[in-house]
Design a protein around this ligand. Structure first.
Ligand code: SF4
Length: 353
């Protein structure tokens, strides 16, 4: 640690100050805070992994409307969950929600477990998500360490190392916990990170803990946390997608459900190829050489990958079927990746003209 070694009084003061600040300055109206339950906290925390609150809000609302409790969710099919997840990204999270719902049904009789060891063993739940569920829903004394909390801790104690010392940060996060009101405390440190101790330009003048914050005292808020110097450039993946419209009904396009692997596991996809030779072969083998039109390319960014997607559109001039593919109506509610949603929305506009 680079700053002052915290003493017990100092740490108690930290949580006390944040709890009292939260009363008038924290967030109290998030939908998962109303009639709080372990189920709602679990769904919201999973949605919030890698995703901002404002993006999550409409997804959470729709999700709990359709699946208001564990029982309803455990009776859902994975495909139905993926439909609600369409556009939210990181689709593995939806699959893990589904797997967890089955465990909650079979092992816990629709009750969310209360023990850390049980919660952490559920698919898609790491230490921070488990800590959030235990503190926010059960008011138990467990730490969290999401991006916001990490930033607050690093700045408060002026921890400069760019190499993340997770063990050290977990230790500090745990040391800061109060003996009561852990639910309010957890929400307050999350809110401080997201409303005041912002990534760029933190508003220190409005911060309740500015007096003892080492980064504020030493003018280090611009350099802590250290920026990750990206040595490796994002990899670009070239994809070739083909829109094949049905002869009789232009709203029907050829699709195939992805298998259980890859970034868009279990989602429906247009005929998609990673190599130009593959998609040329598909066109040749299926006698699709006529009526081919070039469609606008799409560029789409994922966390570690940039996608550069070439798209062709083919309107069939006779009725036919394709092995391993199905005709799907573009107005059907099915789980789709974001680029496919963008393509389908464009098609809808063309058809509805
Ligand atoms: S004083 Fe500034 S840097 Fe320190 S915790 Fe508050 S907002 Fe963050």
């Amino acid at each position: 640690m680079n700053g002052e070694e915290p003493n017990k009084f100092h740490l108690n003061q930290f949580s006390r100050t944040l709890i009292s600040w939260h009363k008038n300055n924290g967030r109290h109206n998030l939908p998962w805070q109303k009639e709080i339950s372990p189920y709602k906290v679990w769904i919201s925390e999973v949605m919030l992994q890698q995703t901002q609150v404002k993006t999550v809000l409409p997804y959470f609302k729709k999700f709990v409307e359709k699946y208001p409790n564990i029982k309803a969710l455990s009776n859902a099919k994975l495909d139905d969950i993926l439909i609600l997840w369409t556009g939210l990204g990181y689709y593995r999270r939806a699959e893990n929600l589904y797997k967890t719902s089955q465990i909650l049904k079979e092992k816990y009789r629709y009750k969310f477990p209360e023990l850390y060891e049980d919660i952490i063993s559920l698919p898609g739940i790491g230490r921070s998500t488990a800590g959030a569920i235990l503190s926010l829903a059960y008011n138990k004394k467990y730490p969290i360490l999401d991006g916001n909390v990490k930033r607050v801790i690093k700045r408060y104690f002026a921890i400069r190392s760019s190499k993340e010392d997770e063990k050290n940060l977990w230790y500090i996060s745990e040391s800061l916990l109060p003996n009561k009101n852990n639910n309010i405390y957890t929400q307050s440190i999350m809110d401080l990170g997201s409303l005041v101790c912002l990534k760029n330009s933190p508003t220190c003048y409005a911060c309740p803990i500015k007096k003892n914050c080492m980064s504020n005292k030493l003018n280090l808020t611009n350099v802590i946390p250290a920026k990750n110097i990206k040595v490796n450039k994002k990899k670009t993946l070239k994809l070739y997608l083909i829109i094949i419209q049905n002869f009789k009904n232009k709203k029907l396009v050829l699709m195939k459900k992805n298998n259980n692997n890859g970034i868009w596991a279990n989602l429906w996809n247009l005929p998609s190829f990673e190599k130009k030779t593959e998609y040329k072969k598909f066109i040749k083998n299926n006698n699709l050489d006529s009526n081919i039109k070039k469609y606008d390319n799409i560029k789409h960014n994922l966390t570690h990958l940039s996608l550069d997607i070439d798209i062709l559109k083919i309107e069939l001039c006779k009725i036919r079927d394709f092995d391993n593919y199905s005709w799907k109506n573009i107005y059907d509610n099915i789980g789709l990746s974001k680029p496919v949603v963008m393509i389908i929305n464009k098609l809808k506009k063309e058809i509805d003209k």
